[in-house]
Design a protein around this ligand. Sequence first.
Ligand SMILES: [Zn+2]
Length: 200
Amino acid sequence: MTADVLVLNRSYFAISVTSWQRALCLLYADRAAALDAEYRSYDFQDWVDLSNAIAENPSGFVHAPAFKIAIPEVIVLKAFDRVPKREVPFTRRNIYHHYGCRCCYCGKRFPSTDLNLDHIVPRSRGGRNDWMNTVTSCIPCNLRKGDRLPEEAGMRLVIPPSRPAPDSGVVFILRSPVPIRRSWQRFIDSVYWNVPLEEE
Ligand SMILES: [Zn+2]
């Protein structure tokens, strides 16, 4: 079984994704409650009772000799109140994702293999390597622009540069890419990855 479980803090902020084994340990130890499909919360014994009353569960069941227990899709920690830092790492993957795999010069969508990163003010002219000076660009636009400013190349950005704004939605940062389940979506607006550039 490879079911991942979304972990919320006490205020229902998504804070991480964990294994089903760890999720059940937290539930059993009364450090977390399980959420059902309607987002009602259950302590361990209530969850066991519910598990034995249902025939189907998206993540399946763990069978113990005397009972079965459903693997929850979402758990809520009981004591954890902190909201984790939501600064989105400045990585190629996250930049592509931020612009929806669109070229910021022509606005068209491309597979990530047909995209490049472009420094609006070229690095050779002192342009910074940060969110506000780095956009996605398709290869034809990138070649056309070359080592120039957009205005020098007669180009303009149809998508202006921006940085992911944690205030505008619930930004969730994952250590590694995992499939985002439907039941997680109401707790997450956009997902970025905390994967170092060299591992991409
Ligand atoms: Zn383009």
